[in-house]
Design a binder for this molecule. Structure first.
Ligand code: 5AD
Ligand code: SF4
Length: 479
């Protein structure tokens, strides 16, 4: 038998790209490709790219340059595909700018990879770099994609992403997503449930339902009506084996009462909500075409907190949007102070080709953006540190995910997505453990298992779960 062909996929950007990379890998596994974790010995390299900010988009060109150099040194020519959002946005330019690219495929066409690869192969090297597939096809890619094998699911661990909605119709003036991912489309409930069942059969315990505008989800419920995200979450919670559900990314305007009620009713829905606000200034929110003001954001936060008092929020922020004054920025800082976030991502505004804000005459200088980003991040980091510190002494269910750095350690996630280090046997991976949080450091928490699925609630594992030296950078465990 011939050697299996080797595939290396490198993903940039958001969680949907992580998911898409897995689906491409599953699709190509059916064609006999096996995954490798380096480009060195790969027969096919796929760069799954992100276009959200200029820095992210430029990465593809430096990566292609590096690949080309590496191939020259090794004296071999590997097939190279560029997928994802840069492929969609800059298909023709990639072909022009980067030699050694065999094919370019957008996020809605990657189910066609096998035939595109075959076509590239049949053309031979001299005519390579000619295949650019960036149409938004009429067919639904999900109907053509191969499901993951049990082995692939097991290898990816007890948490999984599932795309339930894709694209965006909101057209924020800074954002490329409506152009790269296309119009908003929701997958039918039944298809999502099939996928979740398959994942659960393979050992997955936690699913994160993903979509660029996930709480605008309105997939076919099987009876000819649209189901909202709350209904989908309730159905997913019924799948045997699924213990935890998350969803991301949400728009404040689409946090409807049913979804808020789901947070009240469902312990499986994790009390950590990523709710991007982008700015705290009503003037800037309007210029961004966010379709809501800061008052609506406060209102939503309040309602969700009332429904689920232990909820924590994270958010996305953009500083230095065109025309942002000191006063506007002060409003953002004020919003952060008032809400209090357990985590956040913040960015300098990056003008993206083809988006309305990129053409604005009131772009801000880099040093102003830098200053504001620095101040905002300092505040957000203080809030995160305070939230983490307040977790000390609390008892959380931790989903044990993978081995830790030191022998005997496992790393799991708290309901708030914090990494938690515990001492536990490898066999406990994929189970929920009840953990007393004892230590807090900047990157992780550490704790002691007092019970859980693999331990029996009243029988903590013997042998002591004292944390080892070196594991805990901040404070010592109190005896
Ligand atoms: N510049 C800077 N940040 C951006 N984001 C989206 N577009 C831009 C841009 N042009 C940020 C937003 C979004 C997150 C995924 O990326 O905060 O929520
Ligand atoms: Fe980047 Fe947006 Fe595309 Fe995700 S959807 S890869 S964040 S541009």
């Amino acid at each position: 038998m011939s050697e299996p062909r080797k595939l290396f996929v490198k993903s940039f950007g958001c969680q949907m790209n992580v998911y898409d990379a897995q689906r491409m890998t599953d699709q190509l596994a059916r064609e006999g490709y096996v995954e490798t974790d380096t480009a060195d010995d790969a027969d096919l390299v796929i760069l799954n790219t992100c276009h959200i900010r200029e820095k992210a988009a430029e990465k593809v060109y430096s990566e292609l340059g590096r690949l080309r150099k590496q191939q020259e040194e090794l004296g071999r020519r590997t097939m190279v595909a560029v997928a994802g959002c840069v492929a969609q946005a800059e298909g023709a330019e990639i072909v022009k700018r980067a030699h050694g690219v065999d094919l370019v495929v957008g996020p809605q066409s990657y189910h066609r990879l096998p035939e595109l690869i075959a076509e590239a192969q049949s053309r031979g090297t001299h005519k390579r770099a000619r295949i650019v597939e960036t149409e938004f096809p009429v067919e639904d890619k999900f109907d053509f994609l191969a499901p993951p094998t049990r082995a692939a699911i097991a290898k990816r661990g007890p948490t999984a992403f599932v795309t339930v909605q894709e694209g965006c119709d909101k057209f924020c003036t800074f954002c490329v997503v409506p152009y790269t991912r296309g119009a908003e489309v929701s997958r039918p409930v039944a298809k999502i449930l099939d996928e979740v069942k398959r994942l659960a059969d393979g050992g997955v315990r936690e699913v994160t339902l993903i979509g660029q505008n996930v709480n605008a989800y309105h997939g076919d419920d099987g009876h000819g009506s649209p189901a909202g995200l709350a209904e989908l979450v309730r159905r997913v919670a019924e799948v045997p084996g699924i213990a935890r559900i998350r969803y991301t990314t949400s728009h404040p305007r689409d946090m409807d009462d049913d979804l808020i009620a789901a947070h009240r009713e469902m312990p499986a829905l994790m009390p950590y909500l990523h709710l991007p606000v982008q700015s705290g200034s009503n003037r800037i929110l309007a210029a961004m075409n966010r379709k809501h003001d800061r008052e609506l954001y406060f209102e939503v936060v309040e309602k969700v907190r009332t429904a689920r008092p232990d909820i924590a929020f994270s958010s996305d922020f953009i500083v230095g949007f065109p025309g942002e004054s000191d006063e506007d920025f002060a409003d953002t800082m004020d919003l952060v102070e008032r809400v209090g976030f357990a985590g956040a991502f913040s960015f300098k505004y990056s003008p993206r080709p083809g988006t309305p804000a990129a053409g604005s005459g009131s772009q801000l200088p880099e040093d102003v953006k830098n200053e504001r980003l620095y101040a905002l991040q300092a505040l957000l980091e203080r809030q995160k540190a305070a939230f983490d510190a307040a977790c000390r002494g609390r008892r959380f269910d931790i989903l044990l995910e993978k081995p830790g750095r030191l022998p005997g350690q496992l790393i799991g996630r708290s309901p708030y997505l914090q990494s938690v280090v515990v001492l536990a046997p490898t066999a406990a991976i994929g189970t929920l453990a009840e953990v007393d949080i004892r230590e807090v450091s900047t990157r992780s928490l550490a704790g002691t298992i007092i019970g859980g699925e693999a331990f029996g609630s009243d029988r903590p594992p013997q042998g002591g779960l004292r944390l080892e030296a070196g594991m805990v950078p901040v404070e010592k465990v109190e005896a």
